[in-house]
Design a protein around this ligand. Structure first.
Ligand code: GLN
Length: 263
């Protein structure tokens, strides 16, 4: 190699190295959310909010909403299945970035984790066997045998019923089976999930008492001081105003969504 060629070669090498360095910086800085997927916990037993299909595919209202949020916010998502009861402590320990699982925003939970703006208007209802005529409201639950899901708002509510004998279960399919078997008189759980199962023929022999016991809102839960919460909230606002939320709501519930509060 002549002296001139050698200098030329070194310049080319330098320019190439600088180019690689710039490309590296650009890739690392402009879309950090694309590089690190957001770990999102969900309990796929809460139908139709989260469902695991026979081929282990996740679907449901929450799953569609979370995927739409990710698209708007520029996140990629990695869902992780977790039992509902362990979700709050997993968030506290920051083992996941967020959780979507029909989680009701409560003052108690806000002490240890954070929530997005409300994304779903919900409430607790009493479910009984179809032939049961005596349980009509809160007062008629006194002293009765009641099944609830561990760690749920239904379980908290049941504690306020005087003299109730409470059985706890891990998922809806278990407590409804207990109700059908005649082991308990009623179930206190989220109205929408129960009504959906009845309407779709998945829950035979059970009816929901008309009046809701509570009014609740679901939020996407994150650890406190999450760096992702702001982007999640902005994305929910976008989906509410651009019609995507309504589209997802109608897909799963076949009706117009109700108005949601901002916070
Ligand atoms: N909404 C209820 C709660 O937050 C139950 C949710 C669920 O079972 N996934 O406690």
């Amino acid at each position: 190699m002549t002296k001139g060629n050698l200098i030329n070669f070194k310049w080319r090498q330098l320019i190439l190295s600088l180019g690689c360095l710039l490309l590296f910086i650009a890739c690392n800085n402009s879309y950090p959310n694309d590089v690190q997927p957001l770990k999102v916990a969900t309990d796929p037993t809460f139908i139709p909010f989260e469902i695991q299909t026979a081929s282990s595919h996740l679907e449901g209202f929450d799953i569609d909403l979370m995927n739409a949020i990710a698209k708007v916010a520029g996140f990629t998502i990695q869902f992780e299945s977790l039992p509902f009861d362990g979700m709050i402590s997993t968030l506290q320990a920051k083992r996941v970035d967020a959780a979507i699982s029909g989680i009701t925003i409560t003052a108690e939970r806000l002490k240890t984790i954070a929530f997005s703006r409300p994304y779903f208007k919900a409430g607790l209802a009493i479910a009984v066997r179809e032939d049961n005529q005596n349980i009509k409201d809160f007062n008629s639950l006194k002293g009765k045998k009641i099944a609830v899901q561990i760690g749920s708002t239904g379980a908290d509510f049941a504690k306020t019923i005087p003299n109730a004998k409470i059985s706890t279960f891990n998922s809806g399919s278990e407590f409804f089976q207990d109700l059908l078997n005649g082991n308990v008189d009623a179930v206190v759980s989220d109205a929408f999930a129960t009504l959906y199962a009845i309407k779709n023929g998945k829950l035979k022999g059970i009816r929901v008492v008309a009046d809701l016991l509570t009014q609740e809102y679901y939020g996407i839960a994150t650890p406190k001081d999450s760096p992702h919460l702001d982007a999640i909230n902005k994305a929910i606002a976008t989906l509410l105003s651009n019609g995507t939320y309504k589209q997802i709501y109608q897909k799963w519930f076949n009706t117009e969504p109700p108005q949601l509060p901002d916070s």
